[in-house]
Design a protein around this ligand. Structure first.
Ligand SMILES: Cc1cc2nc3c(=O)[nH]c(=O)nc-3n(C[C@H](O)[C@H](O)[C@H](O)COP(=O)(O)O)c2cc1C
Length: 233
């Protein structure tokens, strides 16, 4: 793969952008400022994404104030320590994340190392972006089964557009959801009204280098079925 330089930006090869947009943790450049206009332009791209019924029932909270980033980062870090690090250190912890302990392959270990690095540095990203749905959290309404897909499905296409826009400009990000363990605290910090669902939190920073690659993924033979569900084993 050719090594990209700043002269190659913006990346215009659609397939390259789609296949090399990674979850960036250790290669976020926390020292280099991000041009606010780049964030604005990527939000413009994001807002072109579809929403259920064309409702555009979203709000995008962009946090650049260092003090607020520090406090939100603290919430994220605590969520990582309590919901990832502590269960991992405890052999028989019942949580789902505890099961990561058994998946001690190199890929998972690398991801966890990156996740720890991010947890301790996320506040240093020049921008933290928090997309919200202006609908109540469907998880709090047991009768709202069908609404869950509409609430989150009206946010994540835009989130991915935002990330692709960032990638094309030499910026990096990743979807995070850990802080949602303490969503109420984040809501109090940011003035998010009741009845609003925080969907994820995206750090935004320049990337250290531009040479990201397609990720190893399960093959289609394993995860794609044609006409009928197939049991592999
Ligand atoms: C819904 C969702 C929630 C995620 N939450 C977190 C998170 O809280 N913290 C984190 O470090 N990564 C989080 N990730 C990032 C994933 O771990 C990452 O996308 C995955 O490892 C694939 O990365 P890759 O495309 O670079 O291979 C989340 C991703 C998704 C899609």
């Amino acid at each position: 793969m050719t090594t990209l330089t700043a002269a190659d930006l913006p990346l215009t090869d659609f397939e390259q952008v789609l296949t090399t947009t990674r979850a960036v943790r250790k290669r976020l450049d926390f020292e280099r400022p991000v041009d606010r206009q780049d964030v604005v332009d990527c939000l413009d791209l994001a807002l072109q994404a579809p929403t259920g019924g064309g409702a555009e029932d979203w709000r995008w909270l962009v946090i650049e104030d260092a003090d607020v980033r520090e406090r939100l980062g603290g919430i994220y870090r605590r969520a990582f320590e309590e919901h990832v690090a502590a269960p991992l250190a405890q052999a028989d912890h019942p949580s789902t994340r505890g099961r990561l302990r058994d998946r001690d392959d190199a890929k998972t270990a690398k991801m966890l190392e990156g996740a720890r690095h991010l947890a301790h540095n996320i506040h240093r990203a020049p921008y933290l972006v928090l997309p919200c749905a202006t609908r109540p959290n469907p998880a709090e309404d047991p009768t709202a089964g069908g609404v869950v897909a509409a609430v989150y499905g009206s946010i994540f296409p835009a989130v991915w557009s935002f990330q692709l826009g960032l990638r094309s400009r030499g910026l990096g990000s990743l979807i995070t959801t850990l802080h949602l363990h303490y969503a109420d605290e984040a809501a109090a910090l940011l003035g998010i009204p009741t009845g609003t669902t925080q969907c994820c939190l995206l750090p935004v920073a320049h990337t250290l280098g531009l040479d990201f690659r397609a990720a190893p993924r399960r093959g289609q033979d394993e995860v794609v079925f044609w006409d009928h569900w197939r049991t592999n084993d």
